[in-house]
Ligand binder design. Structure first.
Ligand SMILES: [Zn+2]
Length: 139
């Protein structure tokens, strides 16, 4: 992984089965992992993935928590509140259709803290930001 890679959960947690990376993370870091079983059920609701400082993350809809996420295992479990509003069930994660193009634009930015994208932004918006910066506009 290069320094300019947009990082996702699968870059930090390895699994022989990429569709299980979120479970590997929860098994490793969930504070209640010794006293409660891993979530096995799924809630139909989804959270939106976004890019913050070069990382794919999603916000918990029930508390102020956030977790890194991955398109290889698009499940969300907040280790701060145990997905309290979904009775401890996994939530789905919605990634944008143009994720590779978004990453391609952001990877050209110099510093990780400049690599941000929110679902309401288009690739055209990101390119316009880069053009504005090249012209010396402070964002
Ligand atoms: Zn939470």
């Amino acid at each position: 992984m290069s320094a300019t890679e947009i990082r996702a959960l699968h870059h930090l947690f390895k699994s022989a089965d990429p569709s299980q990376v979120a479970a590997v993370q929860v098994e490793a870091y969930w504070p209640r992992r010794y006293v409660a079983p891993l979530p096995s059920k799924h809630d139909p609701r989804k959270v939106d993935a976004y890019i913050n400082h070069g990382r794919w993350v999603a916000d918990c809809p029930f508390c102020r928590g956030a977790e890194m996420v991955t398109p290889t295992d698009p499940r969300f479990f907040c280790m701060s509140c145990d997905n309290s509003g979904a009775s401890g069930k996994w939530l789905g994660v919605r990634f944008p259709k143009g994720a590779a193009e978004i990453e391609g634009v952001l990877k050209r930015r110099t510093f990780p803290e400049e690599r941000n994208w929110h679902p309401q932004e288009t690739v055209k918006d990101l390119r316009a930001e880069d053009e504005a910066v090249r012209r010396g506009v402070k964002l």
